[in-house]
Every structure is written in C-alpha cells, then in structure tokens.
Design a protein around this ligand. Sequence first.
Ligand SMILES: [Zn+2]
Length: 1026
Amino acid sequence: MAAAPALKHWRTTLERVEKFVSPLYFTDCNLRGRLFGDSCPLAALSSFLTPERLPYQEAVQQDFRPAQVGDSFGPTWWTCWFRVELTIPEAWVGQEVHLRWESDGEGLVWRDGEPVQGLTKEGEKTSYILTDRLGEGDPRSLTLYVEVACNGLLGAGKGTMIAAPDPEKMFQVSRAELAVFHRDVHKLLVDLELLLGMAKGLGEDNQRSFQALYTANQIVNMCDPAQPETFPVAQALASKFFGQCGGESQHTIHAMGHCHIDTAWLWPFKETVRKCARSWVTAVQLMEQNPEFIFVCSQAQQLEWVKSLYPGLHARLQEFACRGQFVPVGGTWVEMDGNLPSGEAMVRQFLQGQNFFRQEFGKMCSEFWLPDTFGYSAQLPQIMRSCGIRHFLTQKLSWNLVNSFPVLKTVAKNRDKGRTNHSAFLFGFGDGGGGPTQSMVDRLKRLRNTDGLPRVSRTAPQGWETQAVVSLRVQLSSPGRLFSALESDSGQLCTWVGELFLELHNGTYTTHAQIKKGNRECERILHDVELLSSLALARSAQFLYPAAQLQDLWRLLLLNQFHDVVTGSCIQLVAEEAMCHYEDIRSHGNTLLSAAAAALCAGEPGPEGLLIVNTLPWKRTEVLALPRPGGAHSLALVTVPSIGYAPAPAPTSLQPVLPQQPVFVVQETDGSVTLDNGIIRVRLDPTGCLTSLVLVASGREAIAEGAVGNQFVLFDDVPLYWDAWDVMDYHLETRKPVLGQAGTLAVGTEGGMRGSAWFLLQISANSRLSQEVVLDVGCPYVRFHTEVHWHEAHKFLKVEFPARVRSPQATYEVQFGHLQRPTHYNTSWDWARFEVWAHRWMDLSEHGFGLALLNDSKYGASVRGSVLSLSLLRAPKAPDATADMGRHEFTYALMPHEGSFQDAGVIRAAYSLNFPLLALPAPGPAPAASWSAFSVSSPAVVLETVKQAETSPQGRTLVLRLYEAHGGHVDCWLHTSLPVQEAVLCDLLERRDPAGHLPLQDARLKLTFSPFQVRSLLLVLQPPPD
Ligand SMILES: [Zn+2]
C-alpha cells in the first residue's frame, strides 16, 4: 500500500502526472515507455513509386525494389506502394502484435487484396493490429501492402496550410517494424490522460478537479510501469472515480464518430476517393471492435466512389448500416455550398442523394448535414422539408466574425442553456485523418456519466426502444437520438426567420469567376435539355428520354457545387478539373439538345433550317442572331410562345417593317453616345461611363444627379488569413475609381434592330477591359458585354451604379425567390452584410420607381445608400496562386422601371438574359407553325423545371416544378397542350401526394401558391399517336 499522500502542490502534482504519461520525457522509466514491448524488424521491405493512382491489382504486379526505413519518396501527388513481408517471432505467442508504421503522407494497409486500415501520423494512426493474441498454431508470416499517397491530410501547401501546393515535396518512412503491444498500459494511459484533462479543464477552484488530480497522483504512486501486476489496483482507482455519477440535471453530450471529408479542396477529387477508403475502412475496424460505436457519414458521392472502386468495403458499410452502427446522413449528393447553387440544383442535391441512400442503405436520411458551408439560403427549410428532411446540423455559424448566432457548441458555449440540455459532439480526424481513434472511443466510454462533466450519451442501433437505451447506458450517440432529444425541447427553442447569413467568406461569391460562369451555364444547359427532351418525349413515340446521361451530367454539376469548388476556395488542380467537368456538361448537353430538337421536328412539314426554341414559360419577342449559310449571322426579331418553338424567319423576310420603334444611335461631337429604343434612352460619356438612363415614356432619370454609372472601381483586397474566402469590411476604405480616357468610345452597331457603343478601359498597368453597351428593339434593359484581361494581386474589381432611388432595403434574388437586405450600416447586423450574394438580379426600388441590375454569371453584390454594386473579379493568391488570372467574359444589364420590380417584369428580364432563345438546326424540315407546351396565367408563378419523372425511366410521366416568385398568395392556371391523362401533386422527391389529384379542365390545371412556395406535380401523358 502506498504511503498516505503528502501535502499537495497543484502544479508539481500536475506535472508529475504529465511526466508519467509523457511520450517525450522519462520514457526510460515512465508508463508511456512501456506501451510497446519487444520489437523486431520486417523480414523484407520493397517499394514501387508511381505518378498514377493505380488500383491494387495493378499496383502489386509492378516491379518492387528493395527499400528501407529512412528512404525518401515523392514528389507531391505521387504514390509509393510498399510490400511489407513479415514474420512474427514464435516467442510472442499469447501477445498482441502490431505493425508500427510511421511515414509522411497518407497510408492505407492492404491485406489479402482488401483495404483494412488507414495509417496517418496526423490522424494518430501509426499502428496496425496484426493479431490481438497470437495463438500457438497461427500463421506467423504474411505479406501486406501499404499504399502511401504523397500528400498530407490537408494537401501539400508550401509553408502554410492554404498556400498553393509545393510540387517538389518529398516524403519519408521513419518507422516500419513489428512490436508487442501492452493493452493494459494503454488502458491506464487513457485513464490518466482523462484525469489530467479534467484537472486542467475544470481548473484550480473546482472541487472535482482536485479529486481528479488526487486520483491521478494516487495511480502514479501505486503503479510500477515495470510490474504489470500493480496495474489492476491502479485501474480500480480510476474506475471508482469515473463511476461517481452526476445528477439528473447534467447536460447530455451526444457523441458521434465522424470524419468530415472535403470532396475536393487542397487536393484533387481523385485523392478524395482514397481519403474516403482510408477513413472508412478504419471506421469499419472500430465498429467491429466496439459494437456500441456509431459512425455517421455524409455525401452520397463519396459513398458512390467507394462503391465502384472498393466494392468489398462498400459491402461492409452496408452490413454495419443494417446493424445501425454506420449511419448515412445528410441526404445530399455532396455537402454543397449553401449560397450559390440554384433552387433547382439544391433540389437535385437531395433528389440524387436521397435516392442513392435509399437504394444502397435501405432508407433515406432524416437530417440535412452541413457542418461546413459559406452560408444558408432562406429557402433551405422549405426544400429540406419537401425532401423528407426534418432536422439540420451545422457548425459554421460559430465562425461569424461580428454577430454570434444562438447555436449549439460545447457545454460552456451552449447558447441555449436554459432551453435545452442536449448538444452534439462530432469526434474524429477529418479530411483523411481516418476519423476517430480507439483512444477517443475509450475515453468516451469512461465518460458515460461522471460527476463534474456532462453526460456522454449514447445510442444504439436503430429499432431499440429509447427507454432501453437509457437504462443500458450505452455511450455513443446517433443523429436520430440527438434530434429526438432536441425535438422534445422544441417548444422552448427560438425561431429565426430568413437567411442565416455567414459573416465571413464573402469573397467566395466572386473568387474563380470561370467556375461561377461554368456553374451558371451548366445549370441553364441541363434545364434546357430536360425541358426539350420532355417535349420530345410527349410528341414523339420513338424518342428515348436520355435519363441515364442526364443523371450523370447532373451528378457532375452537383459534384462541383461542393463547398470548396463552386466557391473558388480550391487549389489550381481542382479548378482545372472543374473546368473540364463544365466542358463535358456543355458538349454532352448540346448534343442532347440537338437530338431533342430533331425529335420535335420529325414529321412536321415545313421549311428546312432552324427551330427557334423558348425554354421559358412566357411568350418572348427578342432580337436574335441567326446563323446564315457561309458562317455569317443576321439579326432577326422573333416571337416564340411560352415553352415552345417557332419556325425561323426566312432570310428574305429578314428586315421587315419593325413593329416597334427601331434603335437610334447618335454620337455627339464631344464623343458621347446616345442609344434610344423608345423604351429607354442611354447616354454614355466619351469614356464609357453612364451619365443618363431615362425611361422614355415618363422621362424619369435613373442615374443619381451629378454621378455616373457603369463606374469601375478597384479595391485593395487583403483579408486576415483566408485569402480566397474572405473580403473584409476595410477593403471599402481603399476604393479607387478607374478613370477612362475621353475619345475611346465608338459606335458599334449603328441602330435599327440593335444599337451599340464600345470602349476600352485600362484598369491598371497590367489589366484592361473592353465593353460593348448594347440596346435591342423592344428590350427594357441595356446590356454590358464585358471582356477583361485580369492580371492583379489582391485587388477587387466592381462596377457601380449610383441610382436616383432611395430605400432602406434592396432586394436580391435567391433560390426560388428573393429577400431584402439593408442599404445602411445602422447596426452591427447591417454592416456585417457589406458584401452579400445574389443570383440573377438585384433591385433598388422606392415608391413607384426602381433600378434593377441583372447578370449572367456573377454572385457577389451590395447596395450601400443608393449605389448598386456588382462584384466582378478578385485576385487572391491562396490556395490557388493563379485564381482568376487571364481572360474573362461576362454580361450584366441595367433595367430602370416604373412601379414595383414584380409588376415591371424584372424577374422575367433576368431569366431572359440567362436563358437566351435557342436557334437549333433542324435536320429535315422544321415545323411551319409555332407551338407552345405550357403556359401559366399568373406572372407571379414561374414554371421552373420540366423533366421526366425519376421513377419511370422509360415511362411517359413528367415532373413540373413551379414557384411563386413575387412573394404573395396566388391562384393561377397552368395551361398545357400536351395529352395529359392524370395530374397529381408530389413532393420534391417526386413522391405522390395521396390527396393531391388535380382535375384537368379545358387543358388547364388550377394551382394555388403561398409566397415563394415551390410546388411539384406529376403529369402522366397519354401515348402519342404513332
Ligand atoms: Zn469542408
């Protein structure tokens, strides 16, 4: 029995215990030094180095050369395969034997052709258990392979984490040997580390803290590292301490094993596939060894990768999902950004994700999982609910710089202390660190209910009764249990209305303009392909809807909406891959468009040539450039009905008497140019600035007195750390207008159908811009086609329009609707929104008049006072030093209007700018008459999507998605010329609403909407006459 404790001094006692478990000091005599016993070298080690990411079967057949500990390999992004031949000494019978492996990079152990465990120093995974007890007759010789990726957990940043990768990095194996592992020492180390943690965490003025330290000190007194027979008494002391329970009122922490894996970020997509395999195979091992351990896993795309490349691992995940230990969560294809994807794209994240989870794991997710995102659309709750999701988990709001949100964090930081007594705790190394470790699980097991700490709750495999779970005191929890506990307190929780604005990462609305442009274009292409293919399906018995191709293309687009790709916060390798993905979608999409157009034309006699298609749900009359023989183009004014087509006007009828006033273009002697189409009159000064924008009918001026619009401005853009992510409020203090040179403005198109003027602008010594300002017949907005050659460092380019409008609120388009944000900096909540995101339009309106700014590929915006500002280009240098350098092309447009933006048609104008009329070549005769498939009686309701129903791959059922865009309650009629057999409402996952049958009256359906409501319906079509 140890002597009675002497008078205790806090610091010396604490440090004494620390030294007893230290991996650095006194390992010759302390407990840590005994964790491993005897060791022996490998029988043989050889390696094979490759720039490729090879499959196992191919890799093991390569030429392996002898290798040894201390060898270097690389460079960055290469892979080194090690063949590990080993023989366990016979004397080790009865012992637990590990392969100890320490190397840079991320390793994966293969045994008998299957991946079995990840190895990363960064994720505290440096040993692989060969046997937990070597038996007499067990085979003692075997060959393993270790596949080591030449990148760290967070890529290969040169110097700092988010710096661009160092392509020359070399890697090294520093340990490869067999060793006897002492499990009893490990257990005691876990006890002591926890006691130390409690003593330090609870602090010197806490009674329980002293008890923890006293217990730890007693353990050190009693335990002789060289005498394992002293361990049980020591362990009993620890168990007694941890077994002292807390009271009923203790806070409950729901601990869930997790591994947040960014689908691409500081490493390319292909490395993510291997990160998933390494992490999940490690989780599988933990699930095997700890039946109460639950691992939650999000992102269908990652599971799909593992399914196709590691089928054995996928089958194991399915097994553990059946047992309730592996819990797929989130419901989405990837953890997408919460701001930039369109409403329809957000729906598809859930549609593709939920269908995958149901197919592979037998059920859909009930919680949306978005720990990491750069914002939260106000439409998320509606979209989630209609996709079978009731709960939401995130943590990013805790990053807010200015205002803190009432969200859950740790116990001390729980902002709802009086309202709920449960919180979530996700544990595990992310991004390829392999998730949780056995030590983490061991620690949590000891903390099931210990006085002085929150309770660590636990759940158990699905289907168990809640009551039984409580009495069993299993230790680890699941999302289901967390949310049901929170739900029981939901009556006491507060409600937040509108968007959850993240007061950080506002630069991601602008960074990597080409990715943003690719995203917007591909959203349009897939919209058009689905719509046109649906019409072809309805009209032609022979047409096969390209369901499989469309699923692939959608998944590719959704993949790139991951929260570090579409946001532009990725490395150059990823940005290049994203551009290839967009190019794939464009080229395949255009092929599919042509095929659908050909099917629509078939059987309709008419002139050969072009089919003019309108994929928007209202009639449009617009100027269109039509391709003419010999590669030329000619302008024509065409009218196309709602969701339908019209024959192209014959070349001879090209210059008809214009139904409206033609465009006049006048250049004054001072060099300024006026464009006038009878609706708006635009006046540009000799440098290209907008000095006047008048609504002709009323004579109302839209540009603020004494100010000019189309003013380009440069800002210094140096954030605190997160370069590609953050633009700080202080950048506004560095505003410098870019001044043009008089005499650069010239007339482009001279008027008639179209008038334009163009100019050049030197932005800086290295960057320049050219712009064509275009006004068409009958068009209510003026377009600014812009080309920029951009070569800057840490500069931000915007364009400003000071308006003759005053309002405390500006309106911005978001998914399926819009919301208002302040134009002033009254409070911290207001000024924290100095840079916000918008989709296709923003508007500043006062009573009776307003000015809208439309765009074809931008997302960053702001309105301060009366100045509308569109964010154009940034120049961050990390993690991609080449981000945004080079040539850009984009278009924005300005639309002054009377009345409200809703009544003036701003929303339709923004759609028109983004969905140009299509002039598709018809292989044979094109139809002679116009045709419309759908139209809607109310201008407030947008028919956003027409597609084939997922559930009937060869079937003749369409899904229509509509939403209320004005922000009001609406009753309206949907007209259709298609042969509809049955119409029924459905949810966003296309599941029929049993009470949702809609009667068809005179080829029309009645629909009702509440403000911004999204509704979907299934239309079962009659077979077409063959
Ligand atoms: Zn992330």
